[in-house]
Design a protein around this ligand. Sequence first.
Ligand code: SF4
Ligand code: SF4
Length: 383
Amino acid sequence: METVAPEKEIIEVIKENGGDSFKYCYQCGLCDAVCPWNRVRQFSMRKLIRQATFGLTEIDQEEMWRCTTCKTCVERCPRGVDQIEAGVSLRKLAAEYDVFPGHVAPITNVVANLTSEGNSLGGEREKRTEWAKGLPVKAFTEEMEVLYFTGCYLSYDPRMREVAAATAKILNKAGVDFGVLGSKESCCGESIRKTGHEDLFKRLAKDNIKAFIDAGVKKVIVSSPHCYHSFKNEYPEFMVNFEVVFITEFIAELINDGRLKLSGEYARKVTYHDPCYLGRHNGIYDAPREVLQKVPGLELSEMADSREKSLCCGGGGGRIWMETPKEDRFADLRVRQAINVGAEVLVTSCPYCITNFTDSCLGLDDSEVLEIKDITEIIQAVL
Ligand code: SF4
Ligand code: SF4
């Protein structure tokens, strides 16, 4: 295959985009040893970095799009290379040339949806609050305690709308004065940024920031680790500051403050999956477990590869929008790990993980039963 962009340009683009830590790589291969891809097929981040070092990246190769930005290798690299930044820099070049090979092709539609309707699923902007029909959910006003930023999947995906409804019920039960932005809410932009669409990310971020400022938002509750990551670590690039709290942390606070009482019983065997963007990227491991341990009757067990070593579901870095052949899905392995510890319910708190695990459950034998739930759905069941 030919190199489709000039060598100098590739090296310059990586440098310009902050991905130039690749120059410290000494090709030890530790990143490949810990990368989840190598549990399902061969993939070498080390090789991509070596190609980039010499400006020999072929931007029409699918390999460049495999990284799920799970951060496992970044944590382990002895030379401090940020493989995610280096990989995203290469994707920026491909995005500039509109090169989306094979399984990556759906990105074109996602970009169109985000540009026209502000969400990745192609739902109409005006229907963003349809999930809340029949629920006591108000439009946000300045004097309210918190903004509930629902996010794209929880607003439009039929399965994930159940999670948004569960969240609203919990907040109402605890007497939290909250509201939503409705059609003024746009995608946080985290995942599209990882596909190299920097300008689109900036546009989405600016739209949200303007909506927050206009509405007088000071504190935001989020249900997606991707929104959390973006608001907490990326939006400060635009010189804004507002408090961001992940829903499980907020629920832990509500229980500890006596505002939320768990009175029912959930007598099930449960295991918890740490989403990459909540755990490795943001260090939130304890709050979800603390909440689950407070649920009467619930029996919590840990899977192999938990906490810092959590096995990625395969949905980060924009992979949720790309096609992944069945034999290449890490989510299938994760579902198997849950079954192996005797879990009846695999619980997590990320719309991408729930989507991927639910898909993987379709391939289980009839004798194997595993439910996939968001934490809020379990809390809702014991209110
Ligand atoms: S772990 Fe770091 S130094 Fe080793 S091959 Fe990977 S990027 Fe290079
Ligand atoms: S971030 Fe995760 S998926 Fe990407 S190369 Fe590193 S270990 Fe592999």
